[in-house]
Design a protein around this ligand. Structure first.
Ligand code: ZN
Ligand code: MG
Length: 434
């Protein structure tokens, strides 16, 4: 668990980065109706959570340089005994102030009155510009209210900047405690993957694997970090396949892309294995190729390398391999130049990972790839997908293979957080036999 002191430290760091004259405003997530009186399970906004550690909806965080009431301010719902009968405990203003180390906490109902006072005399409002139109309008309203008050010369901020710029840069570098959370979320997902590998068999359904996965997560007080992809046979070629309800066939592979959430931190892991526990020779050939690309990509997750180095390494391996296996008929230079490999490998080799499964953070700055630094966490996930319609030999058709791990960039070299779930063919077949 991230401690309140760490949340406060992040707020201090953001205040320092934003500089004098700035006021930052970051809203929580809202409850969303699913249908009728039913809500989607509430998930806090990652940016808001990163700074506050506050898990309830209908709240707004304000960081204010030199404000009289203090610099760390929260607006939230007041603890309401009548509401708590239905929904359980709420922190309320007193609880949030004490437990989450805020200087001042107000009832969210009073925000329209208080915000203009906080804004008065500031130069810049830093908030998630353009993320939510209703919130954009709200900020403009508060700012206008500064001017219309008392009729004195306007002291409303005149500049608006996007707070997410700085915030997302901070979120890119994981602290020791965040890495601990991410290891934990990987550990839980690893257990789920192991269990799925052990129970899969011809005659089972994709949904049977889903059940094992959800069971494992729930028994660790965790939940999916995204909708899992459990695709047997050609469903493994559908990159965002989420129906997860088809029978698993003897002789097919199954591709399982499934992660867990721990203290809001995500893992994102993919394994591909034979439904009957033994790879065919064609499956072996293609699988070994993806595995080699995976190893080459991980090898390039080094401090000082650029973001695209792991991807380029994976692409080179896969391009040559597709030629060697006869899936592509062109010289390597042409396959790379014309990106012919994208017929079978059409996504990138990874993404940032953190509070969001596709975590925030730039990949390029001013046209240059971001340099990998210690504390960043990314996924490595090369894949090969041969659609049933592809103009290739029959034994390749309908095979979808991806191998995905979560990798911490460190000075000691790449650290795979999801290493405990087998990747090698022998290790997979052994686990599946057991
Ligand atoms: Zn991923
Ligand atoms: Mg994934």
């Amino acid at each position: 668990m991230i401690k309140p002191q760490e949340f406060r430290k992040r707020r201090q760091q953001l205040l320092k980065t934003l500089g004098d004259g700035a006021i930052a405003i970051v809203p929580s997530a809202r409850e969303k109706v699913r249908n009728g009186d039913v809500h989607y399970p509430f998930r806090q906004d990652s940016d808001f959570w990163y700074l506050s550690g506050f898990s309830e909806p209908d709240a707004i965080l304000v960081l204010c340089h030199g404000c009289e009431v203090g610099e760390h301010i929260l607006f939230c719902r007041e603890a309401d005994p009548a509401k708590m009968i239905w929904d359980g405990p709420m922190l309320g203003t007193a609880g949030a102030r004490e437990k989450l180390l805020f200087d001042a906490v107000y009832d969210i109902k009073a925000i329209d009155n208080i915000m203009p006072t906080l804004l008065k005399g500031r130069e810049r409002i830093c908030y998630p510009v353009g993320k939510d139109q209703a919130f954009d309008l709200k900020v403009l309203d508060w700012n206008k209210a500064v001017e219309t008050r008392k009729g004195e010369k306007s002291q409303a901020p005149e500049k608006f900047t996007n707070v997410l710029h700085h915030l997302h840069d901070m979120r890119l570098y994981k602290s020791r405690e965040e890495i601990r959370c991410m290891k934990k979320s990987a550990e839980i997902a690893v257990k789920a993957h192991q269990r799925m590998m052990q129970v899969v068999a011809p005659g089972k359904n994709e949904s049977d694997l889903l059940a094992e996965y959800l069971h494992t997560l729930a028994s660790h007080q965790s939940q999916p970090s995204y909708t899992p992809i459990i695709g047997g046979g050609a469903n493994g070629c559908i990159l965002h396949y989420v129906q997860n309800n088809q029978p698993l066939q003897d002789g097919d592979l199954v591709l399982v892309d499934a992660g867990a959430e721990y203290d809001l931190y995500a893992s994102d892991i993919t394994r591909t294995y034979p439904v009957n526990g033994v790879f065919t020779s064609a499956q072996r050939d293609l699988y070994e190729l993806v595995l080699t690309a995976h190893a080459a990509a991980v090898e390039h997750v080094q401090v000082g390398n650029q973001w695209n180095h792991p991807h380029e390494a994976a692409v080179r391996v896969i391009a040559q391999g597709l030629i060697d296996l006869g899936l592509l008929q062109a010289p390597l230079e042409q396959v790379l130049e014309e990106e012919l490999y994208t017929e079978f490998f059409m996504h990138k080799t990874g993404h940032w990972l953190g509070l969001d499964v596709h975590d925030c953070g730039d990949y390029q700055v001013d046209g240059l790839w971001v340099e990998l630094e210690a504390g960043m966490v990314l996924t490595i996930e090369p894949g090969i997908y041969v659609s049933p319609q592809a103009p290739v030999q029959a034994h390749w058709k309908g095979m979808g293979i991806r191998i995905e791990d979560d990798v911490l960039v460190s000075r000691k070299g790449p650290q795979i957080l999801s290493d405990k779930i087998p990747r090698d063919i022998d290790a997979i077949e052994t686990l599946m036999r057991g």
